[in-house]
Design a protein around this ligand. Sequence first.
Ligand SMILES: CC(C)(COP(=O)(O)OP(=O)(O)OC[C@H]1O[C@@H](n2cnc3c(N)ncnc32)[C@H](O)[C@@H]1OP(=O)(O)O)[C@@H](O)C(=O)NCCC(=O)NCCS
Length: 166
Amino acid sequence: MSCSLRPVGRGQRAPLERLTAATGLFRPDEVAIAVSLLDDALAGDEDYRFLGAYAGDELVGYACWGPTPGTEGTFDLYWIVVDPAWQGKQVGTHLLRAVEDKLVSENARLIVVETSSRAEYTPTRAFYERRGYAAAARLPGYYAPGDDLVIYLKDLTHGVLATATA
Ligand SMILES: CC(C)(COP(=O)(O)OP(=O)(O)OC[C@H]1O[C@@H](n2cnc3c(N)ncnc32)[C@H](O)[C@@H]1OP(=O)(O)O)[C@@H](O)C(=O)NCCC(=O)NCCS
């Protein structure tokens, strides 16, 4: 069954909270952050943009992104989450491509994704890596002892990473 991509409205607040928690990857305070970013976006804050993936009327995944403060054309992908029952069915790929297409059309340069080095995130890191995201930096012990921050970059202009110096 395929999904369609549409904005995330107020009526999806509870489903968004439920599906984020259902992944089992995020602590309750992290789930609360995703919901509060949706609240900000619904209140008109353009720093946080949401796109939902729907099976019929049911929200089965979403992405949240926004411009990285203090940069020119750099955007953070803050969240991309797919309901566990829908993972592995291309929903995340559709969402990621749609976000990238929107950003390319706005002349964005870079997409930054922060994730964890923990084993539970191995499929997540593979998801990004196979879609052109390069692990550009790693901060050891950032989240917790033994839990590094891994920063991925996707270069939408095919320029900056090619010319970056180590
Ligand atoms: C990472 C995530 C967004 C990918 O979305 P998805 O719809 O499951 O992925 P797709 O079906 O589009 O693509 C499948 C690919 O993702 C990878 N993948 C990552 N997590 C997966 C999962 N739980 N189940 C199946 N595939 C997964 C597969 O290895 C597969 O790789 P390939 O196509 O390159 O061989 C989704 O699995 C998810 O929500 N995971 C938990 C939350 C998370 O880690 N979010 C990112 C940090 S905010």
